[in-house]
Design a protein around this ligand. Structure first.
Ligand SMILES: NC(=O)c1ccc[n+]([C@@H]2O[C@H](COP(=O)([O-])OP(=O)(O)OC[C@H]3O[C@@H](n4cnc5c(N)ncnc54)[C@H](O)[C@@H]3O)[C@@H](O)[C@H]2O)c1
Length: 252
């Protein structure tokens, strides 16, 4: 799909991987709807980008708020062609911590945001994309975000790995189903990227992860993620895939 002139919704667009993707898609000529809970950052980014960008505050776990930001995108730009479904959270915690078993609500909230929220935005946006005219039958492109923790999660990542494993696993059946609507569905599986989410991690833990990366031995730059997102949009033959972008790391 050609990016120029198309409209992209980027959830989690105010920070980290979402921000880099919003910037890259904007610079490639897309209209960009930044969705996030962080209003100040989102508004500032939209203002910095320019006329083809707007910010809409929205929680991906709410059906009403998702419908509202999709409507805002259609009202402003006429349609939605690209969804970068990037918002997510990490709440590490051991199954058996110092205080006893992991609080079940901590487990539930990670599943609710990362898995249910991702599905919520995807299903509501696909309904709108399916109404597009499409070029060569292609009406929409959806990009989800998993994590290498879906494959090689570490101690303390039970909820996060479960949530991202769900995103990875649902990619194929959803891509098969939405094929008949002319919508491609792929998932990027990032390794360790230098974003505000990673900055919350203790320095020692981050250093240990960096040491596990074969080459190049450093955190990923968010734009290296965004480049893959851009390629997924422009390359129509990429479909139903989980794409690791991780410099070869296999976490232990
Ligand atoms: N940074 C990494 O190394 C890494 C690795 C693997 C996967 N990921 C995944 O990439 C995605 C982006 O991570 P990041 O590192 O850029 O994190 P980040 O914290 O910098 O950005 C995530 C954004 O999502 C927003 N968000 C969170 N919950 C939301 C909700 N319910 N509704 C709307 N917005 C919400 C946050 O406000 C934040 O701005 C996440 O899904 C994360 O799990 C990140």
């Amino acid at each position: 799909m050609k990016i120029s002139g198309k409209t992209a919704i980027v959830t989690g667009g105010a920070s980290g991987l979402g921000e880099a993707t919003a910037v890259r898609l904007y610079n490639a000529g897309a209209n960009v709807v930044i969705v996030d809970l962080q209003e100040d950052l989102g508004q500032a980014l939209a203002a910095k980008l320019g006329d083809r960008a707007i910010f809409v505050k929205g929680n991906i776990t709410s059906v009403d708020e998702v419908q509202a930001f999709i409507k805002a995108a259609v009202d402003k730009f006429g349609a939605v062609h690209i969804l970068a479904n990037i918002a997510g959270i990490a709440k590490p915690g051991k199954v058996l911590g110092k205080e006893g078993p992991l609080d079940i609500n901590t487990f539930k909230i990670v599943i609710d945001v990362n898995l249910v929220g991702t599905f919520n935005v995807l299903s509501q946006t696909a309904a709108v994309m399916a109404k597009n005219e499409g070029e060569d039958g292609e009406k929409g492109v959806i990009i989800n975000v998993s994590s290498i923790a879906a494959y090689d999660g570490q101690v303390g990542q039970a909820s996060y790995s479960a949530s991202k494993g769900g995103v990875t696993a649902m990619t194929l059946p959803i891509a098969k189903e939405l094929a008949r609507s002319g919508i491609r569905v792929n998932t990027i599986v990032p390794g360790i990227f230098g974003t505000p989410m990673m900055a919350k991690m203790p320095e020692k833990a981050r250093q240990a992860l960096e040491n596990m990366v074969p080459f190049p031995k450093r955190l990923g730059d968010p734009d290296e993620f965004a480049m893959v997102a851009e390629q997924i949009v422009v390359n129509s033959y990429i479909n139903a895939e989980n794409i690791r972008v991780d410099a070869g790391i296999r976490m232990i």
